[in-house]
Write a protein that binds this ligand. Structure first.
Ligand code: F6P
Length: 326
């Protein structure tokens, strides 16, 4: 058991719906365990620039249903410099912060690991990113909302595709991971999915589309994960059009709408559970770990492992997506 009196919390990297639910859970759980909470605004940048705010129970009222992060977030390259980190260390100490919780993705956990190792300050991470690409958890905060947003958008595009016999290439986010694409594809009944994890040639895609046409499909939705080998949806649509000029093609890039909006119930629950468990982990003396959920259990994964291991796409889901689109 560590004697932790004050816990700092920050959000870092891309915002994700459900981050506010996680902050709320951290604040309320810490108060339950008689700890104080200090919010750090703008992520690691706030540590360097003394952007601290005290957080009480009422500070997180009505935040559970909101997207984004009310603590705000940045990507902070300055934190890579040792001189900058020395300033951050002084600021953390002056605030009386005994331990830190970092909500973010892999990049944020590298910063968190450095704080833990260099400064000897206990840090626990909470996986928050729409990309779902973090090793050590079945789901990251924000993923479920992003997929639901993408599915709603694709449902709307489907109406036009169907009415006009068009083939839509819909680009979704995910950086270099295909989780949003694959889940969106299965949920929206897309005709094909292109993800970075499964190499697909343009020829294969065209042959597949032709096969579908022969099966009397008059329109189509192709979900394209950003970060693939052939480029984005626009590039792929151009290449397909060269091979199949008879196709009426359209391109839609969903972009940042996938990052915003009210979190789904799943993301609120995940934020609540992980926020709670991160505080308990710190109180129990854990440090240098991310809290995640696997098979409905809370598990700890070291930052090193979370950052170095790759999150595998579920090959069975890829296969099923293919079968269901025939
Ligand atoms: O990591 C979340 C994410 O939205 C990725 O899916 C995307 O590639 C990236 O962030 C976009 O980053 P930015 O908002 O800085 O353009």
């Amino acid at each position: 058991m560590k004697n932790i009196k004050t816990i700092g919390i920050l959000t870092s990297g891309g915002d994700a719906p459900g981050m506010n639910a996680a902050i709320r859970a951290v604040v309320r759980t810490a108060i339950y365990h008689s700890c104080e909470v200090v919010g750090v605004k703008y992520g690691f940048f706030g540590l360097l620039n003394n952007l601290f705010i005290p957080l009480q129970s009422h500070s997180v009222s009505q935040k559970i249903s909101t997207g984004g992060t009310f603590l705000k977030s940045t990507r902070c390259p300055q934190f890579l410099q040792p001189e900058a980190r020395a300033i951050a260390y002084e600021n953390i100490r002056n605030q009386g912060i005994d331990a830190l919780i970092v909500v973010g993705g892999n990049g944020s956990f590298r910063g968190a690991d450095t704080i833990c190792k260099e400064m000897g300050i206990p840090v626990v991470g909470i996986p928050g990113t729409i990309d779902n690409d973090i090793y050590g958890t079945d789901c990251t905060i924000g993923f479920d909302t992003a997929v639901n947003t993408a599915v709603r958008a694709v449902d709307k595009l489907r109406d036009t595709a169907d009415s006009h016999n068009m083939v839509f290439f819909v680009e979704v986010m995910g950086r270099d991971a295909g989780f949003i694409a694959l889940n969106t594809s299965i949920s929206s009944g897309a005709e094909a999915t292109l993800i970075p994890e499964i190499p697909t040639t343009i020829d294969q895609l065209c042959n597949y589309l032709e096969m579908e046409r022969r099966a009397n499909k008059t329109s189509g939705i192709i979900i394209v994960a950003e970060g693939g080998e052939h480029g984005g949806a626009a590039e792929i649509a151009t290449q397909v059009k060269k091979r199949l000029p008879q196709y009426e093609t359209r391109v839609t890039t969903l972009g940042h709408i996938q990052r915003g909006g009210a979190p789904t119930a799943n993301d609120r629950i995940l934020g609540g559970l992980l926020g709670h468990d991160a505080v308990v982990a710190l109180i129990n003396g854990e440090k240098g770990v991310m809290v995640g959920r696997r098979n409905d259990q809370t598990v700890y994964t070291s930052f090193e492992e979370a950052c170095s291991r790759h999150c595998e796409i579920n090959k069975r889901m890829v296969e099923i997506a293919y079968i269901l689109s025939l």
